[in-house]
Design a protein around this ligand. Structure first.
Ligand code: HEC
Ligand code: HEC
Length: 294
Protein backbone atom coordinates (compact mmCIF):
# COMPACT_ATOMS: atom_id res chain seq x y z
CA UNK A 1 0.00 0.00 0.00
CA UNK A 2 1.48 3.28 -1.12
CA UNK A 3 0.10 5.30 1.72
CA UNK A 4 1.80 3.63 4.59
CA UNK A 5 5.23 5.27 4.36
CA UNK A 6 3.65 8.74 4.62
CA UNK A 7 1.92 7.75 7.79
CA UNK A 8 4.99 6.30 9.34
CA UNK A 9 6.82 9.53 8.58
CA UNK A 10 4.16 11.62 10.19
CA UNK A 11 4.34 9.52 13.27
CA UNK A 12 8.05 10.27 13.37
CA UNK A 13 9.99 8.82 16.26
CA UNK A 14 6.95 7.32 17.93
CA UNK A 15 6.39 4.86 15.13
CA UNK A 16 8.74 2.30 16.58
CA UNK A 17 7.01 2.37 19.97
CA UNK A 18 3.65 2.08 18.28
CA UNK A 19 4.91 -0.80 16.21
CA UNK A 20 6.10 -2.56 19.34
CA UNK A 21 2.78 -1.93 21.05
CA UNK A 22 1.02 -3.14 17.99
CA UNK A 23 2.98 -6.34 17.85
CA UNK A 24 2.24 -6.78 21.53
CA UNK A 25 -1.50 -6.30 21.05
CA UNK A 26 -1.44 -8.39 17.93
CA UNK A 27 0.01 -11.19 20.00
CA UNK A 28 -2.77 -10.64 22.49
CA UNK A 29 -5.19 -11.13 19.68
CA UNK A 30 -6.28 -7.66 18.60
CA UNK A 31 -4.22 -4.82 17.27
CA UNK A 32 -6.96 -2.26 16.90
CA UNK A 33 -4.98 0.84 17.69
CA UNK A 34 -5.03 3.92 15.53
CA UNK A 35 -1.70 2.92 14.08
CA UNK A 36 -3.52 1.81 10.94
CA UNK A 37 -5.86 4.63 10.09
CA UNK A 38 -5.07 4.32 6.41
CA UNK A 39 -6.35 0.80 6.00
CA UNK A 40 -9.36 1.51 8.18
CA UNK A 41 -10.23 4.56 6.14
CA UNK A 42 -9.58 2.59 3.02
CA UNK A 43 -11.98 -0.14 4.20
CA UNK A 44 -14.66 2.46 4.92
CA UNK A 45 -13.79 4.07 1.62
CA UNK A 46 -14.26 0.80 -0.21
CA UNK A 47 -17.71 0.32 1.35
CA UNK A 48 -18.64 3.85 0.38
CA UNK A 49 -17.31 3.27 -3.10
CA UNK A 50 -19.24 0.05 -3.56
CA UNK A 51 -22.53 1.54 -2.43
CA UNK A 52 -22.26 5.00 -4.01
CA UNK A 53 -19.92 4.99 -6.94
CA UNK A 54 -19.68 1.56 -8.52
CA UNK A 55 -22.85 2.01 -10.51
CA UNK A 56 -21.09 4.66 -12.56
CA UNK A 57 -17.35 4.12 -12.16
CA UNK A 58 -14.87 1.31 -12.40
CA UNK A 59 -11.32 1.25 -11.21
CA UNK A 60 -9.24 -0.12 -13.99
CA UNK A 61 -12.06 -1.70 -15.97
CA UNK A 62 -12.77 1.21 -18.31
CA UNK A 63 -15.21 4.09 -18.46
CA UNK A 64 -18.78 3.36 -17.49
CA UNK A 65 -21.21 6.26 -16.93
CA UNK A 66 -18.25 8.28 -15.68
CA UNK A 67 -14.49 7.94 -16.16
CA UNK A 68 -12.37 5.02 -14.99
CA UNK A 69 -10.98 6.19 -11.65
CA UNK A 70 -7.76 4.22 -11.81
CA UNK A 71 -4.90 6.58 -11.00
CA UNK A 72 -7.23 9.55 -10.72
CA UNK A 73 -5.13 11.00 -7.90
CA UNK A 74 -2.19 11.12 -10.23
CA UNK A 75 -3.96 13.06 -12.92
CA UNK A 76 -5.91 15.51 -10.72
CA UNK A 77 -5.25 17.77 -7.81
CA UNK A 78 -6.34 16.14 -4.54
CA UNK A 79 -8.24 19.21 -3.29
CA UNK A 80 -10.05 19.57 -6.57
CA UNK A 81 -11.06 15.91 -6.37
CA UNK A 82 -12.31 16.31 -2.81
CA UNK A 83 -14.52 19.20 -3.89
CA UNK A 84 -15.71 17.50 -7.03
CA UNK A 85 -16.69 14.30 -5.24
CA UNK A 86 -18.48 16.19 -2.46
CA UNK A 87 -20.35 18.78 -4.53
CA UNK A 88 -20.06 17.92 -8.24
CA UNK A 89 -23.20 19.90 -9.00
CA UNK A 90 -21.66 23.10 -7.68
CA UNK A 91 -18.37 22.55 -9.46
CA UNK A 92 -20.21 21.95 -12.72
CA UNK A 93 -22.38 24.99 -12.13
CA UNK A 94 -19.33 27.14 -11.50
CA UNK A 95 -18.18 26.35 -15.05
CA UNK A 96 -14.95 24.76 -13.85
CA UNK A 97 -12.96 24.00 -17.04
CA UNK A 98 -12.03 20.41 -16.08
CA UNK A 99 -15.62 19.63 -15.17
CA UNK A 100 -16.85 21.18 -18.43
CA UNK A 101 -14.44 19.09 -20.45
CA UNK A 102 -15.51 15.90 -18.70
CA UNK A 103 -19.16 16.79 -19.06
CA UNK A 104 -18.74 17.09 -22.82
CA UNK A 105 -16.86 13.81 -22.92
CA UNK A 106 -19.55 12.01 -20.94
CA UNK A 107 -22.55 13.12 -23.01
CA UNK A 108 -23.63 15.73 -20.50
CA UNK A 109 -24.34 13.16 -17.85
CA UNK A 110 -23.72 15.03 -14.62
CA UNK A 111 -22.31 13.24 -11.65
CA UNK A 112 -24.99 13.71 -8.96
CA UNK A 113 -24.37 15.29 -5.59
CA UNK A 114 -24.46 12.25 -3.32
CA UNK A 115 -24.65 14.17 -0.07
CA UNK A 116 -21.31 12.91 1.23
CA UNK A 117 -19.63 14.41 4.26
CA UNK A 118 -16.05 15.65 4.15
CA UNK A 119 -14.89 12.61 6.09
CA UNK A 120 -16.68 10.28 3.64
CA UNK A 121 -14.85 12.00 0.81
CA UNK A 122 -11.55 11.69 2.61
CA UNK A 123 -12.14 7.97 3.13
CA UNK A 124 -12.99 7.61 -0.55
CA UNK A 125 -9.81 9.41 -1.59
CA UNK A 126 -7.73 7.19 0.67
CA UNK A 127 -9.40 4.19 -0.91
CA UNK A 128 -8.81 5.51 -4.43
CA UNK A 129 -5.18 6.19 -3.59
CA UNK A 130 -4.63 2.71 -2.27
CA UNK A 131 -6.72 0.77 -4.73
CA UNK A 132 -3.99 0.28 -7.30
CA UNK A 133 -4.38 -3.47 -7.33
CA UNK A 134 -8.18 -3.62 -7.14
CA UNK A 135 -9.90 -4.18 -10.41
CA UNK A 136 -13.63 -4.19 -10.42
CA UNK A 137 -14.87 -7.16 -12.35
CA UNK A 138 -17.59 -6.58 -14.87
CA UNK A 139 -20.90 -8.07 -13.80
CA UNK A 140 -22.39 -11.16 -15.35
CA UNK A 141 -24.12 -10.39 -18.66
CA UNK A 142 -27.84 -9.64 -18.49
CA UNK A 143 -30.45 -11.98 -19.95
CA UNK A 144 -32.05 -10.81 -23.21
CA UNK A 145 -34.57 -8.03 -22.64
CA UNK A 146 -38.02 -7.52 -24.06
CA UNK A 147 -39.15 -4.08 -25.25
CA UNK A 148 -42.80 -4.60 -24.41
CA UNK A 149 -42.14 -5.95 -20.94
CA UNK A 150 -39.76 -3.04 -20.43
CA UNK A 151 -42.46 -0.59 -21.41
CA UNK A 152 -44.91 -2.25 -19.04
CA UNK A 153 -42.36 -2.08 -16.21
CA UNK A 154 -41.69 1.56 -16.97
CA UNK A 155 -45.35 2.47 -17.07
CA UNK A 156 -46.43 0.34 -14.13
CA UNK A 157 -48.46 -2.19 -16.12
CA UNK A 158 -46.14 -4.89 -14.80
CA UNK A 159 -45.45 -4.47 -11.09
CA UNK A 160 -41.81 -4.67 -10.10
CA UNK A 161 -40.86 -7.95 -8.48
CA UNK A 162 -39.81 -6.35 -5.24
CA UNK A 163 -42.59 -3.80 -5.29
CA UNK A 164 -40.56 -0.74 -6.31
CA UNK A 165 -42.38 2.33 -7.61
CA UNK A 166 -42.93 2.34 -11.38
CA UNK A 167 -40.57 4.69 -13.19
CA UNK A 168 -43.44 6.63 -14.72
CA UNK A 169 -44.27 8.07 -11.31
CA UNK A 170 -41.29 10.37 -11.77
CA UNK A 171 -40.14 10.06 -15.40
CA UNK A 172 -41.51 10.39 -18.87
CA UNK A 173 -40.27 9.39 -22.31
CA UNK A 174 -41.34 10.76 -25.69
CA UNK A 175 -43.28 7.76 -26.86
CA UNK A 176 -45.61 7.78 -23.93
CA UNK A 177 -46.50 11.28 -25.01
CA UNK A 178 -49.21 13.24 -23.37
CA UNK A 179 -50.51 10.30 -21.37
CA UNK A 180 -47.15 10.59 -19.75
CA UNK A 181 -45.45 10.45 -16.55
CA UNK A 182 -43.92 12.29 -13.69
CA UNK A 183 -41.72 15.34 -13.81
CA UNK A 184 -39.76 14.87 -10.58
CA UNK A 185 -37.07 13.02 -12.52
CA UNK A 186 -35.62 13.93 -15.93
CA UNK A 187 -37.10 12.79 -19.23
CA UNK A 188 -35.49 9.46 -20.13
CA UNK A 189 -35.98 9.45 -23.89
CA UNK A 190 -32.26 9.81 -24.72
CA UNK A 191 -30.86 8.16 -21.64
CA UNK A 192 -29.68 5.05 -23.49
CA UNK A 193 -27.32 6.98 -25.77
CA UNK A 194 -26.18 9.27 -23.01
CA UNK A 195 -25.23 6.54 -20.55
CA UNK A 196 -24.36 3.80 -23.00
CA UNK A 197 -25.61 0.24 -22.61
CA UNK A 198 -23.19 -0.83 -19.87
CA UNK A 199 -23.45 2.46 -18.02
CA UNK A 200 -27.23 2.48 -18.03
CA UNK A 201 -27.36 -1.15 -16.94
CA UNK A 202 -25.06 -0.39 -14.01
CA UNK A 203 -26.94 2.79 -13.10
CA UNK A 204 -30.32 1.05 -13.01
CA UNK A 205 -29.03 -2.05 -11.30
CA UNK A 206 -27.27 -0.31 -8.44
CA UNK A 207 -29.25 2.88 -8.31
CA UNK A 208 -27.09 5.75 -7.14
CA UNK A 209 -29.29 8.73 -7.99
CA UNK A 210 -29.95 10.40 -4.66
CA UNK A 211 -33.69 10.82 -5.11
CA UNK A 212 -34.24 7.33 -6.42
CA UNK A 213 -32.01 5.52 -3.99
CA UNK A 214 -34.38 5.98 -1.08
CA UNK A 215 -37.30 4.75 -3.14
CA UNK A 216 -35.56 1.59 -4.30
CA UNK A 217 -33.58 0.72 -1.23
CA UNK A 218 -34.22 -3.01 -0.64
CA UNK A 219 -36.40 -2.98 -3.76
CA UNK A 220 -33.68 -3.36 -6.34
CA UNK A 221 -34.62 -4.52 -9.80
CA UNK A 222 -33.96 -8.06 -10.96
CA UNK A 223 -31.55 -8.69 -13.84
CA UNK A 224 -34.50 -9.51 -16.06
CA UNK A 225 -36.24 -6.26 -15.19
CA UNK A 226 -33.05 -4.29 -15.85
CA UNK A 227 -32.64 -6.07 -19.20
CA UNK A 228 -36.26 -5.37 -20.20
CA UNK A 229 -35.94 -1.70 -19.27
CA UNK A 230 -32.70 -1.47 -21.26
CA UNK A 231 -34.39 -2.95 -24.31
CA UNK A 232 -37.19 -0.44 -23.90
CA UNK A 233 -34.88 2.56 -23.46
CA UNK A 234 -32.80 1.48 -26.45
CA UNK A 235 -35.95 1.35 -28.53
CA UNK A 236 -37.37 4.65 -27.30
CA UNK A 237 -34.03 6.30 -27.91
CA UNK A 238 -33.84 5.29 -31.55
CA UNK A 239 -37.37 6.56 -32.02
CA UNK A 240 -38.46 3.00 -32.74
CA UNK A 241 -41.83 1.56 -32.00
CA UNK A 242 -43.61 4.40 -33.76
CA UNK A 243 -46.50 2.01 -33.52
CA UNK A 244 -46.62 2.55 -29.79
CA UNK A 245 -46.92 6.27 -30.26
CA UNK A 246 -49.64 5.81 -32.83
CA UNK A 247 -51.01 3.07 -30.62
CA UNK A 248 -51.30 5.56 -27.82
CA UNK A 249 -53.04 8.07 -30.03
CA UNK A 250 -55.28 5.37 -31.46
CA UNK A 251 -56.31 4.62 -27.92
CA UNK A 252 -56.84 8.30 -27.35
CA UNK A 253 -58.98 8.77 -30.43
CA UNK A 254 -60.77 5.54 -29.62
CA UNK A 255 -61.55 6.76 -26.16
CA UNK A 256 -62.59 10.10 -27.61
CA UNK A 257 -64.91 8.52 -30.14
CA UNK A 258 -66.43 6.17 -27.59
CA UNK A 259 -66.96 9.11 -25.29
CA UNK A 260 -68.61 11.08 -28.05
CA UNK A 261 -70.83 8.12 -28.97
CA UNK A 262 -71.83 7.67 -25.34
CA UNK A 263 -72.64 11.34 -25.06
CA UNK A 264 -74.64 11.20 -28.26
CA UNK A 265 -76.53 8.17 -26.96
CA UNK A 266 -77.30 10.01 -23.77
CA UNK A 267 -78.56 12.98 -25.69
CA UNK A 268 -80.77 10.77 -27.84
CA UNK A 269 -82.20 9.08 -24.79
CA UNK A 270 -82.70 12.36 -23.07
CA UNK A 271 -84.11 13.88 -26.19
CA UNK A 272 -86.57 11.04 -26.74
CA UNK A 273 -87.63 11.23 -23.10
CA UNK A 274 -88.01 14.92 -23.52
CA UNK A 275 -89.99 14.30 -26.70
CA UNK A 276 -92.15 11.80 -24.93
CA UNK A 277 -92.84 14.03 -22.03
CA UNK A 278 -93.49 16.87 -24.39
CA UNK A 279 -95.96 14.87 -26.40
CA UNK A 280 -97.40 13.53 -23.16
CA UNK A 281 -97.81 17.02 -21.99
CA UNK A 282 -99.30 17.98 -25.35
CA UNK A 283 -101.59 15.02 -25.23
CA UNK A 284 -102.48 15.89 -21.68
CA UNK A 285 -103.03 19.45 -22.69
CA UNK A 286 -105.09 18.20 -25.60
CA UNK A 287 -107.07 15.97 -23.22
CA UNK A 288 -107.65 18.82 -20.90
CA UNK A 289 -108.67 21.06 -23.72
CA UNK A 290 -110.83 18.34 -25.27
CA UNK A 291 -112.39 17.81 -21.82
CA UNK A 292 -112.87 21.52 -21.60
CA UNK A 293 -114.38 21.53 -25.09
CA UNK A 294 -116.73 18.70 -24.37
C1 HEC B 1 -24.76 8.56 -11.67
C2 HEC B 1 -23.39 8.31 -12.03
C3 HEC B 1 -22.28 8.67 -11.09
C4 HEC B 1 -22.12 8.31 -9.77
C5 HEC B 1 -23.10 7.55 -8.90
C6 HEC B 1 -20.84 8.78 -9.38
N1 HEC B 1 -20.22 9.41 -10.42
FE1 HEC B 1 -18.36 10.23 -10.39
N2 HEC B 1 -18.65 10.90 -12.28
C7 HEC B 1 -19.75 10.65 -13.07
C8 HEC B 1 -19.60 11.33 -14.33
C9 HEC B 1 -20.58 11.28 -15.48
C10 HEC B 1 -18.35 11.99 -14.29
C11 HEC B 1 -17.73 12.85 -15.36
C12 HEC B 1 -17.97 14.29 -15.00
C13 HEC B 1 -19.37 14.72 -15.29
O1 HEC B 1 -19.78 14.59 -16.43
O2 HEC B 1 -20.05 15.16 -14.35
C14 HEC B 1 -17.79 11.70 -12.97
C15 HEC B 1 -16.55 12.16 -12.55
C16 HEC B 1 -15.94 11.76 -11.38
C17 HEC B 1 -14.59 12.11 -10.99
C18 HEC B 1 -13.59 12.91 -11.80
C19 HEC B 1 -12.79 11.94 -12.59
C20 HEC B 1 -11.66 12.57 -13.34
O3 HEC B 1 -11.14 11.91 -14.24
O4 HEC B 1 -11.32 13.69 -13.01
C21 HEC B 1 -14.35 11.52 -9.79
C22 HEC B 1 -13.08 11.57 -8.98
C23 HEC B 1 -15.57 10.83 -9.42
N3 HEC B 1 -16.49 11.00 -10.41
C24 HEC B 1 -15.71 10.11 -8.26
C25 HEC B 1 -16.90 9.55 -7.85
C26 HEC B 1 -17.08 8.95 -6.55
C27 HEC B 1 -16.01 8.80 -5.51
C28 HEC B 1 -18.37 8.54 -6.50
C29 HEC B 1 -19.08 7.89 -5.35
C30 HEC B 1 -19.07 8.58 -4.11
C31 HEC B 1 -18.99 8.87 -7.77
N4 HEC B 1 -18.05 9.49 -8.55
C32 HEC B 1 -20.30 8.58 -8.12
C33 HEC B 1 -20.83 9.88 -12.73
C34 HEC B 1 -21.08 9.37 -11.48
C1 HEC C 1 -39.44 8.86 -6.80
C2 HEC C 1 -39.19 9.31 -8.10
C3 HEC C 1 -38.41 8.43 -9.07
C4 HEC C 1 -38.72 7.15 -9.48
C5 HEC C 1 -39.88 6.29 -9.04
C6 HEC C 1 -37.73 6.79 -10.48
N1 HEC C 1 -36.85 7.82 -10.63
FE1 HEC C 1 -35.24 7.84 -11.87
N2 HEC C 1 -34.72 9.68 -11.19
C7 HEC C 1 -35.44 10.44 -10.30
C8 HEC C 1 -34.78 11.74 -10.11
C9 HEC C 1 -35.27 12.88 -9.23
C10 HEC C 1 -33.62 11.70 -10.92
C11 HEC C 1 -32.55 12.81 -11.09
C12 HEC C 1 -31.38 12.49 -10.21
C13 HEC C 1 -31.73 12.65 -8.76
O1 HEC C 1 -32.07 13.75 -8.34
O2 HEC C 1 -31.67 11.66 -8.02
C14 HEC C 1 -33.62 10.40 -11.59
C15 HEC C 1 -32.65 10.00 -12.51
C16 HEC C 1 -32.73 8.86 -13.28
C17 HEC C 1 -31.80 8.51 -14.32
C18 HEC C 1 -30.64 9.38 -14.81
C19 HEC C 1 -31.25 10.34 -15.81
C20 HEC C 1 -30.32 11.36 -16.37
O3 HEC C 1 -30.76 12.08 -17.28
O4 HEC C 1 -29.18 11.46 -15.93
C21 HEC C 1 -32.19 7.30 -14.81
C22 HEC C 1 -31.52 6.51 -15.92
C23 HEC C 1 -33.37 6.89 -14.09
N3 HEC C 1 -33.66 7.86 -13.16
C24 HEC C 1 -34.05 5.70 -14.32
C25 HEC C 1 -35.18 5.31 -13.62
C26 HEC C 1 -35.86 4.05 -13.82
C27 HEC C 1 -35.46 3.00 -14.84
C28 HEC C 1 -36.89 4.01 -12.94
C29 HEC C 1 -37.89 2.88 -12.72
C30 HEC C 1 -37.35 1.58 -12.44
C31 HEC C 1 -36.85 5.25 -12.17
N4 HEC C 1 -35.80 6.00 -12.61
C32 HEC C 1 -37.73 5.57 -11.15
C33 HEC C 1 -36.60 10.07 -9.68
C34 HEC C 1 -37.22 8.84 -9.80
Amino acid sequence: MKIRPKIWNSFGGRSFVILLLCVFFLLLGGCQTSAEPASQASGAGQDLFESNCMSCHTIGAGALVGPDLEGVLERRDREWLAEFIRVPDQIILSGDPIAMEMLAEFNNVEMPNLGLSESDVEALLVFLESSGDIELVAEAPLPPGDIYRGEAIFAGGNALEKGGTPCIACHSVDNIGFLSGGVLGPDLTKVYTRYGEAGLAAAIKNIAFPTMRDVYVEKDLSDQEVADLLAYFADVDTGGKEDTASGASTIFWGVGLLGAAALFGFMLLFWSQQKESLSDRLRKDAGITSRRHS
